[in-house]
Design a binder for this molecule. Sequence first.
Ligand code: ZN
Length: 169
Amino acid sequence: MAIFPIRVYPDPVLRSEVETIDVFDEDLKRLADDLFETMYDAPGIGLAAPQIGIAKRLFVADIGEGPFVMVNPEIVETSGEWTFEEGCLSVPDRFWEISRPSFARATGFDLDGNAIEYSGDDLMGRVLQHEIDHLSGGLVIERLSKAERKQAIAELREAVADDRLGRRP
Ligand code: ZN
């Protein structure tokens, strides 16, 4: 197991096409272990493979009810609405009030290739939607209103520029 650096906006891997997984082998299990270790170290409640630079269709999560992995996940049902202060390990230290469906159901596969599904309201629904967004190049900032998004991108660009100049502690 290893802790990987988490890729942050505007790293292009966060926008890249991900590969559907069709081999369920030891390498895949190792990748899931690395994702878990990196997620718990951050700490975070979910982490998708592109966030450690691997453009493959899987994520891991643990909202406090135990760890789970989804390979090739798809959202198949959503309902309701819930506003939650959402953040992302790839857009660090920023949170926005974001409305999304409260309930989500996702289908996919476990690490052995068995069909599985997870569903839930509130935080569970949110983590499913958020992580599966990452697997289609989506980031939380796209869920903002146009004005909020513009401001967020300007702030993030400034933070990146400051990093490059070494002005951040
Ligand atoms: Zn995220």
